[in-house]
Design a binder for this molecule. Structure first.
Ligand code: NDP
Length: 475
């Protein structure tokens, strides 16, 4: 028997994806640089389906049905290139390499172009949901050609999570589109997590609740419009006591948030594309601030608000935080979807925004009831200029006005950092402002650098002779 698909790289992700394929009745060829991992998989899980273990690259390739489909699940970066170079020479035109690692989308574009020249198909795919998702149904974001998706898609859709009978997998767009969208997904995840962290901080230090009480608040929120995996696990974490000390678990964890880099990539790409993903950037920076322990220690004695000015714990603050969280979450997703649209325009992809919301409803970390709303927003208007103007979201933002502003003000008064909430509100206010002080910024640029400006009352570019008689000349 030959395998329908092969997986090379059998660490947690590859092993679980291979088992997922096998459990769905697809014979899977197995390969790993260190053969012990391959043997271990078959020993432990061999009865879950048909596995064809192999030890050499040649045997792995020979075990695959044609056209061959090889899933590469190794460390992102140079190891992925090394593995591609190991297998590509053994393949024939029409065969396909699928990279399910967390590759940078520009690497995926490069690899796809290179393999296309060699007659091979290359699919860079985002896989979200961690090891649990890989085994039981991830959210899958494949890029590459439509031709590649036509033969690979059904296999991926088979092992993906499903919501309301719809698989959380769809063809995202050409070459690096899948990894791009996965990257933005992770950026949104950073923002989501930061907003939840700020909500917790305010509930604890402005409202004055204990972690177990806050868990209850989150559980309540999880029955409403904020229902999501991240809110659910937040409640579980806040309810957990450290077995060793009996303290709330959240109090024994060092307050330093690490990152593997996809949030940073999102912001770097957004800077290149000129897309203001301020909420995602604040979330990346908030983790970075937390890690600067020397700086924090040096600044720890700096003055904060006078005690009597911290009148934050106004009645209703907890409810206001729910509204501020929802409003800020809308902003974070609006920024992420703006980036997807800008990336698609820059790199020539046709990405269906509503379909992205659809495949994020299950399997991945940001799965949430909210995504159905985004799907509905794009279904109502596929060319929505921003999620903020969708009828449902505009109304939610309207309803949140007093609450959102009072939460940001309460945080400022109490000296509690809330960069996610405040930057989301600033973005919202900037977009809806009739006039921005950018007029002054541009005038300054003309003053010191003769960068010219345009006028509100007629076309053309102008420069004022600031160092001379201050008359205006046409640029
Ligand atoms: P790791 O990222 O830890 O990678 C380990 C695997 O890569 C092993 O199979 C290892 O082989 C192989 N490998 C490393 N270097 C080489 C090389 N030079 N040549 C051949 N094989 C090599 O594994 P994970 O399962 O955690 O992740 C796999 C991919 O999936 C990564 O790109 C990761 O970013 C991505 N990913 C991970 C998620 C997660 O939650 N962990 C979620 C989504 C994506 P050996 O056994 O011989 O050392």
């Amino acid at each position: 028997e030959q395998a329908r698909i092969g997986v090379t790289g059998l660490a947690v992700m590859g092993r679980n994806l291979a088992r997922n394929f096998a459990r769905h009745g697809h014979a899977v060829a197995l390969h790993n640089r260190t053969a012990a991992r391959t043997r271990e998989l078959v020993e432990q899980f061999g009865d879950e389906g048909t596995f064809i273990p192999t030890e050499t690259a040649e045997d792995f390739v020979a075990a695959l049905e044609r056209p061959r489909k090889l899933v590469v699940m190794v460390k992102a970066g140079a190891p992925t290139d090394a593995v591609i170079e190991e297998f590509a020479p053994l393949l024939e035109p029409g065969d396909m390499i699928i990279d399910g690692g967390n590759a940078h989308f520009l690497d995926t574009r490069r690899r796809e172009a290179d393999l296309r020249r060699r007659g091979l198909l290359f699919v860079g795919t985002g896989v979200s949901g961690g090891e649990e998702g890989a085994l039981n149904g991830p959210s899958i974001m494949p890029g590459g050609s439509a031709e590649a998706y036509a033969s690979l898609g059904p296999l991926l859709e088979d092992i993906a999570a499903t919501v309301d009978g719809t698989p959380c997998c769809t063809h995202v767009g050409a070459d690096g589109a899948g990894h791009f969208v996965k990257m933005v997904h992770n950026g949104i995840e950073y923002a989501d997590m930061q907003l939840i962290a700020e909500s917790y901080d305010l509930l604890r230090h402005a409202v004055g609740l204990e972690p177990a009480e806050i868990a209850e608040v989150f559980r309540t929120w999880n029955t409403g419009r904020l229902e999501s995996y991240l809110i659910e696990i937040t409640a579980e974490i806040l309810d957990h006591a450290d077995p060793e000390t009996g303290q709330p678990f959240v109090d024994v964890v060092l307050d330093r948030a690490e990152q593997k880099g996809t949030g940073r990539w999102t912001v770097q790409s957004a800077l290149d594309l000129g897309v203001p993903v301020a909420g995602i950037a604040e979330a990346v920076f908030a983790r970075s601030v937390s890690g600067h322990t020397g700086l924090r220690a040096a600044a720890a004695g700096l003055p904060g608000p006078r005690p009597n000015s911290a009148d934050a714990s106004a009645p209703g603050l907890a409810d206001a935080i729910e509204k501020a969280l929802y409003a800020s979450k809308i902003v974070a997703y609006a920024q992420g979807f703006h980036q997807i649209e800008a990336g698609a325009a820059e790199y020539g992809w046709e990405v269906d925004a509503g379909a992205m919301a659809t495949i994020w409803r299950g399997g991945c970390i940001i799965r949430a009831r909210f995504l159905d709303r985004i799907r509905a927003a794009y279904a109502a208007d596929p060319h929505l200029p921003t999620l903020l103007t969708d009828e449902h979201f505009a109304q939610a933002l309207g309803d949140a006005q007093d609450a959102w502003r009072s939460v940001v003000a309460a945080a400022a008064r109490a000296g509690i950092p809330a960069p996610g909430f405040s930057s989301a509100l600033a973005y919202y206010d900037a977009l809806r402002a009739g006039r921005l002080p950018a007029a002054l910024t541009q005038a300054q640029r003309d003053f010191f650098g003769a960068h010219t400006y345009r006028r509100t009352d007629r076309d053309g570019s102008y420069h004022t002779l600031w160092g001379g008689d201050r008359s205006e000349v046409t640029a």
